[in-house]
Design a binder for this molecule. Structure first.
Ligand SMILES: *Cc1c(COP(=O)(O)O)cnc(C)c1O
Length: 370
């Protein structure tokens, strides 16, 4: 039996081990552990990669979104439009600043926020739209930006899953007023621990975000804002600089693996494969399929040595944490349907064709024995 884990870092990390150790040694010997040259360098490199004027390194993706909202002055009494199917972090960031997340259902083909349903959710309290480029596919940003313009709303992209994706050749994380991304180890660009960043083309917003992440202080012991301690670690920045050089190549591999999956899984059972909007690119943070027999298939694959996960088993509106918002089962049927039918297959740079073939063969056997 072949074994295919849901995720593996081996292939990415082994070849760069010496470079990472060197980066650690430089960091160690520099005797500068917080907000030094390595954070600054990485911020410049990532801003360059993301085609924005400024990147502000922060502690993680959730903090990046929190800082982005805080920087825009969104707070108590405000509403922010969020997708119904996303990781709960998107919603939490809105809750943290005292605003209310207003959920909008996804498009059933792309799983990204349905741009035809956004206007219905706008009220006099709406201040911003937070699109999430889910699983690595860019949202329909042209429509989102024009709705935002029409209603005078901010846009904050949650780009945690889609570093390097684009809509009409413009890279995600460069559309919104101020955007957040995550370098959680399993993300397409992962640190060796927690890390994240804010990206923006607006120098004033970048400056405010920089102050907010460091106790609201630009000058030591002078605090102009009620800020946070949400700094990007100096050593994580050093590691990220090493890994960023390989991101494009790793994305290409993810796309190649997705191509193999599309080829070998097409037509099997009731599987629904990922659909990509003709003007979006997909960087396949996750390769998500759908089937009515999701739980049985997941169990079968597990028994055959194939690791899978569910993104996400419970939509935010059904979470205990959000019971105060008063939503009930059936309020957002598309998100609930996706939670029941979605299954993420192994997706990491280094998967070989034989492994993809084995997964496809195993899935075929599952449907045959059915
Ligand atoms: C991972 C993720 C986050 C949060 O990132 P952390 O670094 O884990 O805080 C936010 N939004 C989405 C869509 C994510 O996938």
């Amino acid at each position: 039996m072949m074994k295919v884990p849901f995720v593996s870092f081996e292939y990415m990390h082994q070849p760069i081990k010496m470079e990472i150790l060197q980066a650690f040694e430089d960091f160690y010997d520099s005797n500068w552990f917080v907000l030094g040259k390595k954070v600054k360098n990485f911020e410049e490199e990532y801003a360059n990669f993301n085609n924005v004027h400024k990147c502000v390194g922060v502690s993680n993706g959730l903090d990046a979104l929190h800082i982005a909202l805080k920087t825009l002055g969104i707070g108590e009494g405000d509403e922010v439009i969020v997708p119904t199917n996303t990781y709960i972090a998107t919603w939490l960031s809105v809750t943290y600043v005292g605003a209310t997340p207003v959920p909008v259902e996804p498009n059933i083909d792309t799983y990204n926020i349905d741009v035809t349903k956004i206007e219905m959710a706008i009220t006099s309290k709406t201040r911003a739209i937070m699109p999430v480029h889910l699983f690595g596919q860019a949202c329909e940003m042209e429509a989102i930006m024009s709705i935002a313009k029409k209603y005078n709303l901010f846009v904050i992209e949650d780009n945690a899953q889609a570093q390097g994706a684009s809509f009409k050749n413009k890279i995600t994380g460069s559309f919104g007023d101020i955007n957040g991304t995550s370098f959680y180890p399993g993300k397409n660009l992962g640190a060796l621990g927690d890390a994240g960043a804010v990206t923006t083309n607006n120098l004033k917003l970048a400056e405010k975000a920089t102050i907010l992440r460091n106790y609201g202080s630009a000058k030591k012991y002078y605090n102009e804002l009620v800020g946070f301690n949400m700094r990007l670690d100096e050593c994580q920045a050093a590691f990220l600089s090493v890994k960023l050089k390989h991101l494009e190549e790793w994305i290409k591999q993810r796309q190649q693996i997705a191509g193999w999956y599309n080829e070998v899984l097409r037509g099997i059972g009731d599987l629904v494969l990922p659909n990509v909007h003709p003007q979006s690119t997909h960087v396949y943070h996750l390769y998500v399929i759908r089937t009515k027999q999701r739980d049985a298939l997941q169990k079968y694959l597990e028994e055959q040595g194939i690791g899978t996960l569910i993104h996400y088993p419970i939509p935010p509106h059904m979470q205990e944490a959000y019971k105060d918002l008063g939503y009930k089962k059936g309020d957002f049927p598309i998100a609930e349907e996706l939670a029941k039918s979605s299954l993420s297959l192994p997706m990491w740079p280094g998967i070989i064709r034989e492994q993809v073939n084995y997964i496809a063969k195993t899935i075929s056997l599952f449907y045959e024995s059915d």
